[in-house]
Design a protein around this ligand. Structure first.
Ligand code: NAD
Ligand code: UD1
Length: 337
Protein backbone atom coordinates (compact mmCIF):
# COMPACT_ATOMS: atom_id res chain seq x y z
CA UNK A 1 0.00 0.00 0.00
CA UNK A 2 1.17 3.57 -0.60
CA UNK A 3 1.16 5.50 2.67
CA UNK A 4 1.64 9.16 3.50
CA UNK A 5 3.49 9.42 6.81
CA UNK A 6 3.20 12.84 8.46
CA UNK A 7 5.95 13.49 10.98
CA UNK A 8 7.93 10.63 9.43
CA UNK A 9 11.37 12.00 10.32
CA UNK A 10 10.58 11.96 14.06
CA UNK A 11 11.31 9.29 16.67
CA UNK A 12 8.34 6.97 16.16
CA UNK A 13 7.80 7.98 12.52
CA UNK A 14 11.33 7.07 11.39
CA UNK A 15 11.18 3.65 13.08
CA UNK A 16 7.76 3.07 11.51
CA UNK A 17 9.18 3.86 8.04
CA UNK A 18 11.66 1.01 8.45
CA UNK A 19 8.95 -1.48 9.43
CA UNK A 20 6.63 -0.30 6.62
CA UNK A 21 9.33 -0.54 3.95
CA UNK A 22 10.41 -3.96 5.22
CA UNK A 23 6.77 -5.10 5.01
CA UNK A 24 6.71 -4.03 1.34
CA UNK A 25 4.81 -0.73 1.57
CA UNK A 26 5.62 2.47 -0.34
CA UNK A 27 6.17 5.48 1.90
CA UNK A 28 5.91 9.22 1.34
CA UNK A 29 6.93 11.55 4.17
CA UNK A 30 5.88 15.09 4.99
CA UNK A 31 7.62 16.84 7.88
CA UNK A 32 8.63 20.42 8.65
CA UNK A 33 11.62 19.26 10.78
CA UNK A 34 10.47 21.37 13.75
CA UNK A 35 11.57 18.60 16.12
CA UNK A 36 13.66 16.29 13.96
CA UNK A 37 16.42 15.97 11.40
CA UNK A 38 16.22 14.79 7.78
CA UNK A 39 19.32 12.70 8.59
CA UNK A 40 16.92 10.12 10.05
CA UNK A 41 15.77 9.41 6.47
CA UNK A 42 19.36 8.65 5.41
CA UNK A 43 19.50 6.16 8.26
CA UNK A 44 16.21 4.60 7.10
CA UNK A 45 17.79 4.26 3.65
CA UNK A 46 20.93 2.72 5.14
CA UNK A 47 18.89 0.10 6.98
CA UNK A 48 16.32 -0.70 4.29
CA UNK A 49 18.06 0.19 1.03
CA UNK A 50 15.11 2.46 0.15
CA UNK A 51 15.18 6.25 0.28
CA UNK A 52 11.73 7.47 1.36
CA UNK A 53 10.10 10.16 -0.82
CA UNK A 54 10.29 13.32 1.29
CA UNK A 55 8.40 16.61 1.18
CA UNK A 56 9.76 19.17 3.63
CA UNK A 57 6.83 21.30 4.75
CA UNK A 58 4.07 21.98 7.23
CA UNK A 59 0.82 20.04 7.44
CA UNK A 60 -0.94 23.38 7.95
CA UNK A 61 -0.04 24.22 4.34
CA UNK A 62 -3.14 23.08 2.43
CA UNK A 63 -1.64 23.72 -1.01
CA UNK A 64 1.38 21.58 -0.21
CA UNK A 65 -0.85 18.74 0.99
CA UNK A 66 -3.10 18.92 -2.09
CA UNK A 67 0.00 18.84 -4.24
CA UNK A 68 1.30 15.74 -2.40
CA UNK A 69 -2.05 13.94 -2.63
CA UNK A 70 -2.29 14.87 -6.34
CA UNK A 71 1.20 13.61 -7.18
CA UNK A 72 1.48 10.61 -4.88
CA UNK A 73 -2.11 9.39 -4.48
CA UNK A 74 -1.54 7.63 -1.12
CA UNK A 75 -4.19 5.12 -0.10
CA UNK A 76 -3.77 5.80 3.62
CA UNK A 77 -2.23 8.30 6.02
CA UNK A 78 -0.33 7.57 9.23
CA UNK A 79 -0.49 10.83 11.14
CA UNK A 80 2.40 11.39 13.58
CA UNK A 81 3.06 15.11 12.98
CA UNK A 82 2.50 17.16 16.10
CA UNK A 83 4.16 18.92 19.00
CA UNK A 84 4.49 16.69 22.06
CA UNK A 85 6.18 18.41 25.01
CA UNK A 86 3.72 18.37 27.89
CA UNK A 87 5.34 21.20 29.91
CA UNK A 88 5.80 23.45 26.89
CA UNK A 89 2.14 22.95 25.91
CA UNK A 90 1.09 24.66 29.15
CA UNK A 91 3.26 27.72 28.45
CA UNK A 92 2.45 27.84 24.70
CA UNK A 93 -1.13 26.55 24.38
CA UNK A 94 -1.93 28.51 21.22
CA UNK A 95 1.07 27.04 19.39
CA UNK A 96 -0.04 23.53 20.42
CA UNK A 97 -3.68 24.00 19.39
CA UNK A 98 -2.63 25.64 16.12
CA UNK A 99 -0.05 23.01 15.22
CA UNK A 100 -1.85 19.89 16.37
CA UNK A 101 -5.52 20.76 15.86
CA UNK A 102 -5.35 23.17 12.89
CA UNK A 103 -2.69 20.93 11.31
CA UNK A 104 -4.92 17.85 11.61
CA UNK A 105 -7.97 19.70 10.25
CA UNK A 106 -5.97 20.89 7.23
CA UNK A 107 -4.75 17.33 6.67
CA UNK A 108 -8.27 15.90 6.94
CA UNK A 109 -9.66 18.48 4.49
CA UNK A 110 -6.95 17.62 1.98
CA UNK A 111 -7.68 13.90 2.46
CA UNK A 112 -11.39 14.45 1.89
CA UNK A 113 -10.79 16.53 -1.21
CA UNK A 114 -8.43 13.90 -2.59
CA UNK A 115 -10.70 10.96 -1.77
CA UNK A 116 -8.26 9.33 0.67
CA UNK A 117 -10.34 8.33 3.69
CA UNK A 118 -8.05 5.95 5.61
CA UNK A 119 -6.20 7.36 8.60
CA UNK A 120 -4.19 5.95 11.51
CA UNK A 121 -3.67 8.50 14.27
CA UNK A 122 -0.99 8.67 17.00
CA UNK A 123 -2.95 9.13 20.19
CA UNK A 124 -1.67 8.64 23.70
CA UNK A 125 -2.49 6.88 26.97
CA UNK A 126 -2.63 10.42 28.34
CA UNK A 127 -6.29 10.58 27.17
CA UNK A 128 -7.20 8.22 30.05
CA UNK A 129 -6.04 10.77 32.66
CA UNK A 130 -5.78 9.07 36.05
CA UNK A 131 -7.34 5.65 35.44
CA UNK A 132 -9.68 4.14 38.04
CA UNK A 133 -7.83 0.84 37.79
CA UNK A 134 -5.08 -0.90 35.84
CA UNK A 135 -4.58 -2.49 33.35
CA UNK A 136 -6.30 0.14 31.20
CA UNK A 137 -8.76 -1.06 28.56
CA UNK A 138 -9.84 0.94 25.50
CA UNK A 139 -13.39 1.27 26.85
CA UNK A 140 -12.21 3.10 29.99
CA UNK A 141 -13.40 6.67 30.50
CA UNK A 142 -11.33 9.34 28.73
CA UNK A 143 -11.25 13.07 29.23
CA UNK A 144 -9.65 14.15 32.49
CA UNK A 145 -6.51 15.40 30.83
CA UNK A 146 -4.43 17.94 32.72
CA UNK A 147 -2.51 19.75 29.95
CA UNK A 148 -3.05 21.30 26.49
CA UNK A 149 -0.92 18.63 24.74
CA UNK A 150 -3.16 15.87 26.09
CA UNK A 151 -6.26 17.86 25.20
CA UNK A 152 -5.11 18.11 21.58
CA UNK A 153 -4.92 14.29 21.47
CA UNK A 154 -8.41 13.99 22.94
CA UNK A 155 -9.87 16.65 20.61
CA UNK A 156 -8.34 15.02 17.52
CA UNK A 157 -9.79 11.66 18.60
CA UNK A 158 -13.20 13.36 18.89
CA UNK A 159 -12.86 15.12 15.52
CA UNK A 160 -12.04 11.80 13.85
CA UNK A 161 -14.98 10.10 15.57
CA UNK A 162 -17.32 12.87 14.36
CA UNK A 163 -16.02 12.57 10.79
CA UNK A 164 -16.61 8.83 10.86
CA UNK A 165 -20.12 9.30 12.31
CA UNK A 166 -20.97 11.70 9.47
CA UNK A 167 -19.48 9.51 6.73
CA UNK A 168 -19.02 5.78 7.35
CA UNK A 169 -16.84 5.39 4.29
CA UNK A 170 -13.90 6.70 6.37
CA UNK A 171 -11.67 4.19 8.15
CA UNK A 172 -10.11 5.55 11.31
CA UNK A 173 -7.73 3.75 13.68
CA UNK A 174 -6.82 5.55 16.90
CA UNK A 175 -3.65 4.09 18.42
CA UNK A 176 -3.11 4.99 22.07
CA UNK A 177 0.60 4.63 22.75
CA UNK A 178 1.94 3.95 26.22
CA UNK A 179 5.62 4.92 26.81
CA UNK A 180 7.76 4.35 23.71
CA UNK A 181 11.50 4.00 24.35
CA UNK A 182 14.47 2.14 22.90
CA UNK A 183 15.94 2.40 19.43
CA UNK A 184 16.58 0.43 16.26
CA UNK A 185 18.88 -2.56 16.84
CA UNK A 186 21.43 -1.19 14.31
CA UNK A 187 22.28 1.76 16.57
CA UNK A 188 21.65 4.01 13.56
CA UNK A 189 18.27 5.38 14.67
CA UNK A 190 16.84 6.49 17.99
CA UNK A 191 15.29 9.29 19.99
CA UNK A 192 16.96 12.67 19.52
CA UNK A 193 15.41 15.19 21.93
CA UNK A 194 16.63 18.78 21.76
CA UNK A 195 17.84 20.35 25.03
CA UNK A 196 17.17 18.73 28.38
CA UNK A 197 14.81 15.77 27.92
CA UNK A 198 11.43 15.81 29.70
CA UNK A 199 10.84 12.08 29.54
CA UNK A 200 12.54 9.56 31.79
CA UNK A 201 14.42 7.32 29.37
CA UNK A 202 16.07 9.98 27.23
CA UNK A 203 17.07 11.70 30.48
CA UNK A 204 18.65 8.51 31.83
CA UNK A 205 20.46 8.02 28.50
CA UNK A 206 21.98 11.52 28.73
CA UNK A 207 23.19 10.79 32.26
CA UNK A 208 24.68 7.51 31.03
CA UNK A 209 26.59 9.27 28.24
CA UNK A 210 27.87 11.88 30.70
CA UNK A 211 25.94 14.90 29.40
CA UNK A 212 23.81 15.24 32.54
CA UNK A 213 24.91 14.79 36.11
CA UNK A 214 22.26 12.63 37.73
CA UNK A 215 18.66 11.52 37.36
CA UNK A 216 15.95 13.29 39.38
CA UNK A 217 13.40 10.72 40.52
CA UNK A 218 10.09 12.61 40.67
CA UNK A 219 8.68 11.33 43.96
CA UNK A 220 9.13 8.10 45.95
CA UNK A 221 5.91 8.30 47.93
CA UNK A 222 3.48 6.96 45.31
CA UNK A 223 1.32 3.95 46.07
CA UNK A 224 3.54 1.58 44.04
CA UNK A 225 5.97 -1.29 44.66
CA UNK A 226 8.91 1.02 45.53
CA UNK A 227 7.11 4.38 45.77
CA UNK A 228 8.19 5.63 42.33
CA UNK A 229 5.92 6.03 39.29
CA UNK A 230 5.08 2.93 37.26
CA UNK A 231 4.67 3.01 33.46
CA UNK A 232 4.24 0.68 30.51
CA UNK A 233 7.47 1.12 28.52
CA UNK A 234 7.25 -0.26 24.99
CA UNK A 235 10.10 -0.80 22.54
CA UNK A 236 9.73 1.68 19.66
CA UNK A 237 10.27 -1.10 17.10
CA UNK A 238 7.36 -3.08 18.58
CA UNK A 239 5.29 0.09 18.49
CA UNK A 240 6.35 0.77 14.90
CA UNK A 241 5.32 -2.74 13.87
CA UNK A 242 1.90 -2.07 15.42
CA UNK A 243 1.41 0.46 12.61
CA UNK A 244 2.10 -2.20 9.98
CA UNK A 245 -0.61 -4.34 11.57
CA UNK A 246 -2.97 -1.34 11.79
CA UNK A 247 -2.40 -0.69 8.09
CA UNK A 248 -3.33 -4.30 7.30
CA UNK A 249 -6.46 -3.78 9.37
CA UNK A 250 -7.38 -0.55 7.59
CA UNK A 251 -7.21 -2.32 4.22
CA UNK A 252 -10.13 -4.46 5.46
CA UNK A 253 -12.24 -1.28 5.84
CA UNK A 254 -12.85 -1.74 9.58
CA UNK A 255 -14.67 1.58 10.23
CA UNK A 256 -13.61 3.20 13.50
CA UNK A 257 -11.26 1.28 15.81
CA UNK A 258 -9.31 2.15 18.94
CA UNK A 259 -6.32 0.15 20.20
CA UNK A 260 -3.88 0.45 23.08
CA UNK A 261 -0.30 -0.18 22.05
CA UNK A 262 1.47 -1.20 25.23
CA UNK A 263 3.04 -4.32 26.74
CA UNK A 264 0.74 -4.84 29.71
CA UNK A 265 3.72 -4.65 32.12
CA UNK A 266 4.48 -1.80 34.50
CA UNK A 267 8.00 -0.85 35.63
CA UNK A 268 8.98 1.73 38.23
CA UNK A 269 11.44 4.60 37.78
CA UNK A 270 13.99 2.80 39.98
CA UNK A 271 13.59 -0.43 38.00
CA UNK A 272 14.27 1.50 34.79
CA UNK A 273 17.37 3.15 36.27
CA UNK A 274 18.64 -0.31 37.29
CA UNK A 275 17.91 -1.78 33.84
CA UNK A 276 19.73 1.06 32.10
CA UNK A 277 22.66 0.86 34.55
CA UNK A 278 23.02 -2.80 33.61
CA UNK A 279 22.90 -1.97 29.88
CA UNK A 280 25.57 0.73 30.11
CA UNK A 281 27.74 -1.11 32.64
CA UNK A 282 27.78 1.35 35.53
CA UNK A 283 25.49 2.44 38.37
CA UNK A 284 23.79 5.65 37.30
CA UNK A 285 23.50 8.34 39.98
CA UNK A 286 20.05 9.56 41.02
CA UNK A 287 18.44 11.74 43.67
CA UNK A 288 14.89 11.66 44.97
CA UNK A 289 13.15 14.93 44.03
CA UNK A 290 9.62 16.34 44.42
CA UNK A 291 6.72 14.89 42.51
CA UNK A 292 6.16 16.42 39.07
CA UNK A 293 2.78 18.18 38.90
CA UNK A 294 0.21 16.27 36.83
CA UNK A 295 1.95 12.87 37.19
CA UNK A 296 -0.03 9.80 38.15
CA UNK A 297 1.14 6.79 40.12
CA UNK A 298 0.52 3.83 37.83
CA UNK A 299 -0.31 3.49 34.13
CA UNK A 300 -0.18 0.32 32.06
CA UNK A 301 -2.17 -1.12 29.21
CA UNK A 302 -4.42 -4.06 28.70
CA UNK A 303 -3.11 -4.93 25.22
CA UNK A 304 -5.56 -7.82 24.62
CA UNK A 305 -7.69 -6.07 22.01
CA UNK A 306 -4.73 -5.28 19.75
CA UNK A 307 -3.63 -8.90 20.06
CA UNK A 308 -7.08 -10.21 19.20
CA UNK A 309 -7.97 -7.84 16.35
CA UNK A 310 -4.60 -6.81 14.91
CA UNK A 311 -2.64 -9.97 15.69
CA UNK A 312 -0.05 -7.72 17.30
CA UNK A 313 1.77 -7.92 20.59
CA UNK A 314 4.95 -6.36 21.98
CA UNK A 315 7.83 -8.83 22.04
CA UNK A 316 10.79 -6.94 23.51
CA UNK A 317 11.44 -6.53 27.24
CA UNK A 318 13.03 -3.66 29.19
CA UNK A 319 16.51 -5.17 29.00
CA UNK A 320 16.45 -5.04 25.21
CA UNK A 321 14.87 -1.57 25.29
CA UNK A 322 17.72 -0.24 27.44
CA UNK A 323 20.47 -2.05 25.49
CA UNK A 324 19.18 -0.67 22.19
CA UNK A 325 18.76 2.85 23.58
CA UNK A 326 22.28 2.71 24.97
CA UNK A 327 23.75 1.50 21.65
CA UNK A 328 22.09 4.44 19.88
CA UNK A 329 23.07 6.99 22.54
CA UNK A 330 26.67 5.86 22.86
CA UNK A 331 27.18 5.66 19.06
CA UNK A 332 25.49 9.04 18.52
CA UNK A 333 26.12 11.15 21.66
CA UNK A 334 24.81 14.28 19.87
CA UNK A 335 21.97 12.50 18.10
CA UNK A 336 21.63 13.08 14.35
CA UNK A 337 23.48 16.41 14.43
P1 NAD B 1 8.66 13.59 17.32
O1 NAD B 1 8.63 15.01 17.76
O2 NAD B 1 9.97 12.89 17.25
O3 NAD B 1 7.95 13.46 15.89
C1 NAD B 1 6.93 14.34 15.47
C2 NAD B 1 7.31 14.83 14.09
O4 NAD B 1 6.31 15.72 13.60
C3 NAD B 1 8.63 15.61 14.08
O5 NAD B 1 9.47 15.07 13.08
C4 NAD B 1 8.21 17.04 13.77
O6 NAD B 1 9.22 17.73 13.04
C5 NAD B 1 6.95 16.82 12.96
N1 NAD B 1 5.99 17.94 12.97
C6 NAD B 1 5.49 18.58 14.06
N2 NAD B 1 4.62 19.54 13.67
C7 NAD B 1 4.56 19.48 12.30
C8 NAD B 1 3.85 20.21 11.32
N3 NAD B 1 3.01 21.20 11.65
N4 NAD B 1 4.02 19.88 10.01
C9 NAD B 1 4.89 18.90 9.66
N5 NAD B 1 5.58 18.18 10.54
C10 NAD B 1 5.43 18.47 11.87
O7 NAD B 1 7.66 12.78 18.26
P2 NAD B 1 7.39 11.23 18.37
O8 NAD B 1 7.81 10.80 19.71
O9 NAD B 1 7.90 10.52 17.19
O10 NAD B 1 5.79 11.22 18.35
C11 NAD B 1 5.05 11.01 17.17
C12 NAD B 1 3.57 11.17 17.50
O11 NAD B 1 3.21 10.25 18.50
C13 NAD B 1 3.19 12.55 18.03
O12 NAD B 1 1.92 12.89 17.51
C14 NAD B 1 3.12 12.33 19.51
O13 NAD B 1 2.26 13.24 20.14
C15 NAD B 1 2.57 10.92 19.58
N6 NAD B 1 2.90 10.25 20.85
C16 NAD B 1 4.21 10.17 21.24
C17 NAD B 1 4.53 9.57 22.45
C18 NAD B 1 5.96 9.49 22.92
O14 NAD B 1 6.19 9.21 24.08
N7 NAD B 1 6.96 9.71 22.08
C19 NAD B 1 3.51 9.03 23.24
C20 NAD B 1 2.19 9.10 22.80
C21 NAD B 1 1.90 9.72 21.59
C1 UD1 C 1 4.64 11.80 29.70
C2 UD1 C 1 3.48 12.74 29.49
C3 UD1 C 1 2.45 12.10 28.61
C4 UD1 C 1 3.07 11.65 27.30
C5 UD1 C 1 4.24 10.71 27.62
C6 UD1 C 1 4.96 10.24 26.41
C7 UD1 C 1 3.45 14.10 31.54
C8 UD1 C 1 2.69 14.45 32.76
N1 UD1 C 1 2.91 13.11 30.78
O1 UD1 C 1 4.16 10.63 30.33
O2 UD1 C 1 1.40 13.01 28.32
O3 UD1 C 1 2.13 10.99 26.48
O4 UD1 C 1 5.18 11.40 28.46
O5 UD1 C 1 5.59 11.31 25.77
O6 UD1 C 1 4.48 14.68 31.23
N2 UD1 C 1 10.33 10.71 35.76
C9 UD1 C 1 11.33 10.93 36.67
N3 UD1 C 1 12.36 11.76 36.33
C10 UD1 C 1 12.45 12.36 35.10
C11 UD1 C 1 11.41 12.13 34.16
C12 UD1 C 1 10.37 11.30 34.53
O7 UD1 C 1 11.30 10.41 37.77
O8 UD1 C 1 13.41 13.11 34.85
C13 UD1 C 1 9.24 9.76 36.11
C14 UD1 C 1 7.84 10.33 36.01
O9 UD1 C 1 7.44 10.90 37.21
C15 UD1 C 1 7.04 9.07 35.62
C16 UD1 C 1 8.02 8.23 34.81
O10 UD1 C 1 9.31 8.71 35.16
O11 UD1 C 1 6.70 8.34 36.77
C17 UD1 C 1 7.84 8.37 33.31
O12 UD1 C 1 7.85 9.76 32.96
P1 UD1 C 1 7.81 10.24 31.43
O13 UD1 C 1 8.86 9.51 30.67
O14 UD1 C 1 7.86 11.71 31.41
O15 UD1 C 1 6.43 9.70 30.88
P2 UD1 C 1 4.94 9.92 31.47
O16 UD1 C 1 4.92 10.80 32.65
O17 UD1 C 1 4.32 8.60 31.60
Amino acid sequence: MKVLVTGGTGFIGSHTLVELIEAGHDVVVVDNLVNSSAESLNRVAQITGTEPVFYEGDIRDQNLLLDIFGKEAPEAVIHFAGLKAVGESSSKPLEYYDNNIAGTITLLKAMKESGCKNIIFSSSATVYGKPESVPIREDFKVGEVTNPYGRTKLMIEQILQDIYAADNSWNVILLRYFNPIGAHKSGLMGEDPQGIPNNLLPYIAKVAVGQLDHINVFGNDYDTKDGTGVRDYIHVVDLAYGHVKALEKISEAPGLKIYNLGTGNGYSVLEMIRAFSKACGRDLPYVIADRRPGDIDVCYADPALAKKELGWEAKRGIEEMCEDAWRWQSNNPTGYR
